[in-house]
Ligand binder design. Structure first.
Ligand SMILES: *Cc1c(COP(=O)(O)O)cnc(C)c1O
Length: 394
């Protein structure tokens, strides 16, 4: 419910009058920060699509974090590429060198014998398989996600990418401002960097995105040039106000219902339903807000994202929390590729990605701008449900 626009931020956003020059200012800032050529986009998935189109050929395969947003899958598809989902490490929700190596070694195809599956055990267990290996010779790239702001082991991944001749694309939807362990900033390593300015992303301007091409493009890309649709601009302008209204209505118990109605009549759009469109720009007030948030990021140095932990009986816990007025709705992510309503379209290799499956069933998380005081009793309710001994932050 747009909690990031509390303290009157929603009012400021409502009356922001953007100008053409605000696009230029944002472009200049990003080009300098990430050292490349910038294009502004309607959203993160369109930015990622342009990044992929610039460096890959249709039919190429690309390694994707096995715990992600449907937007990433959509972008890979829109660029004509094939995603290869790679299992994650539970401690940081990112693929590891081990899981990447497994993925590159080739998946064993499931042989169907009278309709029953024979070969689908996990790999690297030393056992023989009955299916032929899938050919991994067309893997050309890797998308780094830094899930929920947790950085990948960049040194190791760069080495891996070099060995396999892969181009790195950095998706900063979760990790603008994040520093890798070797001191470099996320977004300054790969051939291209894609940003999302969507709701609850690390730079939240309601919607919008940007791509920065850091190496010479292999294919010409037409920069987005159309202004956003009026309906999208209006929605972006009013969402923070509707959010503030609904947050206040939660005190009389109808905030959730009113927000659901807003979504139903399309006054508010769920971020996952945002349309991919590589020809359109973000709205001008969104460009203003994105630039301000990026400058704040540089000042505070702290990457705003989400804290997570793993719990058992999550459905029961969420119900308990809700009865006390805590809505952990919109968990990142309740399926390995989320949201759930799109999951079936993906044909996700669950057997190849057991950790991603576990995490999607046990994770809860919230934006870190909620303080211990805000959460208070919620933490007491969560405590008995914690899965012990699993990698998680404090
Ligand atoms: C949300 C998201 C995107 C795309 O963002 P949109 O602006 O919603 O298109 C890309 N990558 C990841 C990992 C995301 O979570």
């Amino acid at each position: 419910m747009a909690a990031e626009y509390a303290d009157g931020e929603w009012l400021k956003h409502l009356f922001t009058i953007g100008k053409r020059i605000d696009y230029d200012k944002l472009v200049r800032f990003l080009s300098r920060k990430y050292n490349g050529e910038t294009m502004l986009c309607k959203n993160g998935r369109s930015a990622l699509t342009l990044a992929l189109k610039a460096y890959f050929e249709p039919g190429d395969e690309i390694l994707v974090n096995g715990f992600t947003c449907y937007a990433v899958y959509e972008a890979v598809k829109a660029a004509g590429l094939k995603p290869v989902f790679v299992d994650i490490d539970k401690s940081n929700l990112n693929f590891s060198i081990e899981s990447l190596t497994n993925a590159m070694a080739g998946q064993f195809e499931v042989i169907r014998d009278n309709g029953s599956e024979i070969a689908s055990e996990p790999r690297n267990d030393g056992r023989e398989r009955s299916g032929p290996k899938t050919d991994r010779s067309s893997v050309r790239g890797i998308i780094i996600q830094n899930t929920l702001g947790n950085p990948v082991d960049i040194k190791a991944i760069e080495k891996f990418a070099n060995e396999h001749d892969l181009m790195i694309i950095e998706d900063l939807a979760h990790s603008a401002g994040v520093k890798y362990k070797d001191g470099r900033e996320a977004g300054t390593v790969g051939v291209a960097t894609a940003l999302s300015f969507g709701k609850d992303k690390s730079i939240d301007a309601v919607s919008g995105g940007a791509v920065i091409f850091r190496k010479e493009k292999l294919h010409e890309i037409k920069a987005p040039f159309k202004l956003p649709k009026l309906s999208d601009s209006l929605r972006a302008r009013f969402y923070p106000m509707f959010g503030a209204l609904c947050r206040n209505l939660t005190y009389i118990g109808i905030g959730g219902a009113v927000m659901r109605m807003m979504v139903k009549i399309h006054f508010v759009e769920k971020s996952a339903d945002s349309k991919l469109d590589i020809e359109r720009l973000p709205s001008k007030p969104e460009a203003v807000r994105a630039l301000n948030k990026l400058k704040e990021l540089r000042r505070s140095g702290e990457p705003p994202m989400r804290d997570f932990c793993f719990v058992h009986d999550r459905a029961e816990l969420l119900k308990k929390l809700q009865r006390k007025g805590y809505y952990f709705g919109g968990l990142w992510y309740e399926k390995p590729v989320s949201p759930e309503r799109y999951y079936n379209k993906v044909h996700f290799p669950e057997k190849e990605c057991p950790n991603a499956l576990y995490v999607s069933e046990h994770i809860i998380n919230l934006p870190i701008y909620y303080t211990k005081r805000d959460l208070g009793p919620a933490l007491t309710i969560i405590e008995p449900y914690l899965e012990k001994g699993e990698g998680q932050n404090e």
